[in-house]
Every structure is written in structure tokens, then in C-alpha cells.
Design a protein around this ligand. Structure first.
Ligand SMILES: Nc1nc2c(ncn2[C@@H]2O[C@H](COP(=O)(O)OP(=O)(O)O)[C@@H](O)[C@H]2O)c(=O)[nH]1
Ligand SMILES: [Mg+2]
Length: 365
């Protein structure tokens, strides 16, 4: 990775760190200067990278489960590894064991609420079933984590609807554009027609980046010049998709504007236009959250959900964190279904979320 990209990631991480419910507006305002212009070499970099990703992908035959397992390595070591060691070392079920387990789950970002739920429930099973063998605790834990991750709502999006529009929203750097590319590729593989809408008109780089992906994937894109009204792009994209009877329209949006309030107002307007113009298409708003931002991602989700009524979450970069427990906190505290998870930068590193598969990859049997 080139230095400036490392730096950029670092800056983004710091910025995300700073976004909390009360501070969101101030942070977004401070961020404006950074967002203004694009370095020309940054675009070249993006192009080279896309090619690399494709070459890599062509050679990749690794199954999704293997990718998921590999992506969750850090979290597995941090959660399961530590708990296994604890169970072995401690050797008995007592108050201290629960306290230690609680500490492990909290530092893995499950959040206080889901941690308490998990521990209470495992304890209850232990008491009810009169379990004294510490080795059985892991099995109970796995069962409880799966239970929490399974909601009554269907975990996958309704792919049966004939025409779909996905509005992809989220803070900059979370992986919106990459997710769009990954989704476009997976839908195209299923022989569905795909159109991209470049409604992040705030940064020229954003349109360019999406344009590059569109070319690589051989899908069409609707774009306007930089600074254009994103709602107008959405309007045009929806009408183009409708006229051409396109199966899936994926709309990229900005993650940073002059003020946080501006961003939400713009996104609300985009959504209003999309609702009004969608015709017989099904509209879904997907919020992209970077798993490496931890509890902060939950604060972001609350803000976006409040403004936009998000239909589902795409949790990216699970491969980059040891705190994959965030997935439980999101699920438990927000009650917004997780639709897709990303475990790498490769084009095949995004899939429908399945609770069973996730827990199997994290804990195994
Ligand atoms: N490791 C990893 N990186 C990802 C994942 N998803 C996206 N990224 C990277 O995150 C960075 C920002 O992505 P981008 O799509 O430009 O974010 P946007 O600003 O929200 O559009 C890029 O370097 C992506 O390759 C993921 O699941 N895992
Ligand atoms: Mg983007």
C-alpha cells in the first residue's frame, strides 16, 4: 500500500473515531477541507488497484466459507482463543469465570447489552442443565451467539422483486463504492442487468472511482459532472433503469458534506426523489458500516437510521478487526438487519449475511 493511502486510511480512522452522536456535525464540518480536491495520482492509483483486484480474483477459487473464516481470524483469536484459554486455565465454573468471560466479550466490542444477555443466558443454561464440565460452556456460548444473530426478519434481501434499487449510504471510507462494485459483480454473475448511479457528486474522485469499476465490470453508469445535484443524478438513473428495464440499480452517495446536517438533508432528498420516481421497483436503503470503527459505527448507524430509515446494514472490513463482536452489538442494539458482510478488498469478499455461517466461521464446532 502506498504511503499516502495508508495515511488517508489513518486519517479516516481518526475522523470516524471522533464521530459521536453529539459531535457528528462538528466533525463533518471540520472534514470539509480535506474532502475538497482530488490528487491526480490518486485516480491512477485507483485504476491500477482495480486491475490488481481483478487479476487476483480470476486466480482465486477459494470458497466463501474459507474467505469468511480467514477474514475472521483476528476476531476468532481475540474472542474464541481467549475464551478457550480461560476455560482451560480456570477449569471450573464459578463467579470469577463469568466475570472474566464478560471482560473478554466487552473488549471484543459486543457492547454491554449483548454481553450481559449472552452471559446471563449461558449461566442460566448451565444452572438449568446442572452442567459442571467447563468444556461444555463453549458450546452453550456458540448457541447463544447464533440465537442473538438470528432475528425473525429474513436475513437476505428480497431478490425476487423484478426491479430493485439499492441506495447505498454511509460515512466516507466505510466501503460504499467498493461494496457497489462487489454487488454489481455478484448480480452480473447471476445474469441480472445492472446500472450504477454516481450520486456522490461531492468529490470528483468518487465519480471517477465508480466509473472505473463500471468499465471493469462492463456495466453502464449514470453520472453528472462534479458538484451536480445528486438528486438529479438519482432521478436520471432511475428513469434510465426503468426505460431499459434494468434489474438492479445501485446508487452511490456522498459520505461527507459541508455539514453533517447538510449531508442528512441531501440524503433525505435523494431518498424522497427515489421513492417518488421508483415506479414498480423495490427501493432498499443500505447503510455501510466499517467494522473497524467499533462502537462508533453504532453511533453512526443510529444517526443514519434516524434520518433515513435504513433497511439493512452492510458491515465491511470484518477482516481488519479483532473486534468482530461488533456484529452482535449492531444486531442487538439497533434492530436493523445485517444484509451483507465484507471480509476483504477482493471482489468476492462480500456476501449475504448468514448467522449460522458467521458463528460457524468464528467459533467452529
Ligand atoms: N479489508 C477490507 N477493506 C475494505 C472492505 N471494503 C472496503 N474496503 C476498503 O476500504 C477503502 C474505502 O472504500 P470505498 O469503497 O472507497 O469507501 P467509500 O468512501 O465509502 O466509498 C478501500 O481501500 C477499500 O478497498 C473490506 O471488506 N475489507
Ligand atoms: Mg465512495
Amino acid at each position: 500500500m502506498k504511503w499516502f493511502r495508508r495515511q488517508e486510511k489513518h486519517d479516516e480512522a481518526e475522523e470516524l473515531e471522533a464521530i459521536e452522536v453529539g459531535a457528528a456535525a462538528r466533525v463533518a464540518e471540520e472534514a470539509i477541507d480535506e474532502a475538497a480536491e482530488v490528487e491526480p495520482d490518486q485516480l491512477e492509483e485507483a485504476e491500477v488497484e482495480s486491475e490488481e483486484v481483478f487479476e487476483e480474483e480470476d486466480q482465486e477459487t477459494v470458497s466463501w466459507f474459507a474467505r469468511l473464516k480467514k477474514g475472521l481470524t483476528k476476531s476468532r483469536e481475540n474472542i474464541v482463543g481467549k475464551i478457550s484459554t480461560l476455560l482451560t486455565m480456570h477449569g471450573k465454573i464459578d463467579e470469577e469465570l463469568w466475570d472474566e468471560m464478560e471482560a473478554i466479550l466487552i473488549q471484543a466490542d459486543l457492547g454491554i447489552h449483548s454481553t450481559t444477555r449472552v452471559i446471563d443466558s449461558v449461566r442460566e443454561s448451565v444452572e438449568r442443565e446442572r452442567i459442571s464440565d467447563v468444556e461444555q460452556v463453549m458450546g452453550l456460548l456458540k448457541k447463544e451467539l447464533t440465537r442473538i444473530l438470528k432475528t425473525e426478519a429474513p436475513q437476505t434481501l428480497d431478490h425476487t422483486s423484478e426491479r430493485r434499487i439499492y441506495l447505498i449510504v454511509g460515512v466516507n471510507g466505510t466501503g460504499k463504492t467498493t461494496t457497489i462494485a462487489k454487488l454489481a459483480r455478484s448480480f452480473a454473475k447471476e445474469k441480472q442487468s445492472v446500472l450504477l448511479g454516481a450520486a456522490d457528486t461531492f468529490r470528483a474522485a468518487a465519480v471517477e472511482q465508480l466509473d472505473i469499476w463500471a468499465k471493469r465490470m462492463g456495466v453502464d453508469i449514470v453520472k453528472h459532472e462534479r458538484g451536480a445535484d445528486p438528486a438529479a443524478v438519482v432521478y436520471d438513473a432511475i428513469h434510465a433503469a426503468s426505460a431499459r428495464r434494468i434489474d438492479v440499480l445501485l446508487i452511490d452517495t456522498a459520505g461527507r458534506l459541508h455539514t453533517y446536517v447538510n449531508l442528512m438533508e441531501e440524503l433525505k432528498k435523494i431518498k424522497r426523489i427515489a421513492e417518488r420516481e421508483k415506479g414498480d421497483a423495490d427501493l432498499q436503503t443500505l447503510l455501510v458500516i466499517d467494522a473497524t470503527t467499533g462502537q462508533n459505527g453504532i453511533a453512526q448507524a443510529r444517526l443514519f437510521h434516524e434520518a433515513l430509515e435504513v433497511d439493512g446494514i452492510v458491515l465491511t472490513k470484518l477482516d481488519g478487526t479483532a473486534k468482530g463482536g461488533i456484529i452482535l452489538a449492531i444486531h442487538d442494539e439497533l434492530a436493523i438487519p445485517i444484509r451483507y458482510i465484507g471480509v476483504g478488498e477482493g471482489m468476492d469478499d462480500l456476501k449475504d449475511f448468514s448467522a449460522d455461517e458467521f458463528i460457524e466461521a468464528l467459533i467452529g464446532s
